[in-house]
Structure formats: structure tokens, C-alpha cells
Design a protein around this ligand. Structure first.
Ligand SMILES: [Zn+2]
Length: 185
């Protein structure tokens, strides 16, 4: 009996050890199709449109040479594209994320929610996607004065932008704030 009890203790011990390993693996690894927010939360981009619903696919584009970047990214650090099956897919510049996610947490939270807004409604315009990102960050308590100023600075650094972005970073930012405040009240 003593031996059996000892065996059971070892078995329980092993299971706890396995559970710990699994926990560490879950913490250390990135969950499938999830994005790490600056507050440590892992978020997935749930969508439902047409005959499809689920979680948007994420592609973390890693590369050694700039030429190996996913051409869909263009000059962006992330884009949303529908794949050949019409499934929303968020392509993320993994190297840019590695470089500056810690230094510019608000920017990456914003980028993710902007692309997720496109995934949730592919017909959404750029100003609306920005507006949705701003509101989602506010809702999650990820917005404060300092973060708002960081986002503003990034927008103001973008001088000329295509018309769908309002024509300039300044206009895009103003229209984003206008939209976010309008739907606040
Ligand atoms: Zn966009």
C-alpha cells in the first residue's frame, strides 16, 4: 500500500509538472491567430460576414532581406486581405513588430484593431477603420493622453496620403477623432 501511495504521489507530481510545462508553452508561444496587446492580453479578431464567420487568419511575415517582405504589405506594417476563399487574413510585418512593439505599444494596438476592423467589414473605409480602432482601444482601457499623443504623432508624420485616408495624416487624424467623439455621445 505504501508503495502504491508513493506511486500515486509520483503520478500526481508528474501531472502537475506536465500542466506547468503546458502553461509555460501557452504563455511563451503565440496562440494561433492571436495578437499580443500591450497590456498582455491575447486577442483574436472575430468576424461574421456573408456565409463566413470565425477568427481572421494572421500571417506573421518574417524575413531577412527587405526584398523578402510580403509584397502585399507595401509600405504598411500590417494589411488585411481576403484570401482566395474570401477569408479575412491579417498580414503583419513580424520584423517591424519585433523592432518596435515594446517602444510603441499604442501604435501596434491601434494597427491591430484597424486591420481587425477591415477584417470584420471588408467594405469599411480607412477613416472608419481608424475610428473603430480608436474606440476599441478606449473600450479596453488602452487609451490615455500619452497614448493618444503617440498615435497623433505617428499620424502627423504621414504627410501625403491617398484620398481614402483623407489626403494627409493630419486630416486622417482629425477625421478619426471627429468620428470617435461623435459615436461617443
Ligand atoms: Zn486600413
Amino acid at each position: 500500500m505504501l508503495i502504491n501511495q508513493f506511486d500515486i504521489t509520483i503520478m500526481i507530481g508528474k501531472n502537475i509538472w506536465l500542466a506547468c510545462l503546458l502553461f509555460v508553452a501557452l504563455l511563451g508561444g503565440r496562440a494561433a491567430n492571436a495578437f499580443p496587446l500591450s497590456n498582455g492580453d491575447q486577442v483574436q479578431c472575430h468576424f461574421a460576414h456573408g456565409d463566413k464567420q470565425g477568427v481572421a487568419t494572421e500571417i506573421w511575415n518574417t524575413y531577412r532581406q527587405p526584398e523578402e517582405r510580403n509584397p502585399e504589405l507595401g509600405r504598411a506594417v500590417a494589411v488585411m486581405r481576403l484570401n482566395s476563399d474570401g477569408w479575412p487574413t491579417i498580414i503583419i510585418d513580424a520584423e517591424a513588430h519585433k523592432r518596435n512593439a515594446k517602444g510603441s505599444p499604442a501604435i501596434w494596438d491601434f494597427v491591430y484593431f484597424h486591420e481587425c476592423a477591415h477584417a470584420q467589414d471588408p467594405s469599411l473605409g480607412e477613416i472608419e477603420a481608424n475610428c473603430a480602432a480608436y474606440k476599441e482601444m478606449s473600450r479596453r482601457g488602452l487609451m490615455n493622453f500619452h497614448r493618444m499623443k503617440d498615435l497623433e504623432a505617428v499620424h502627423l508624420s504621414m504627410l501625403m496620403l491617398p484620398e481614402e485616408y483623407g489626403g494627409s495624416g493630419l486630416k486622417l487624424w482629425h477625421k478619426t477623432l471627429e468620428c470617435a467623439r461623435k459615436s461617443d455621445g
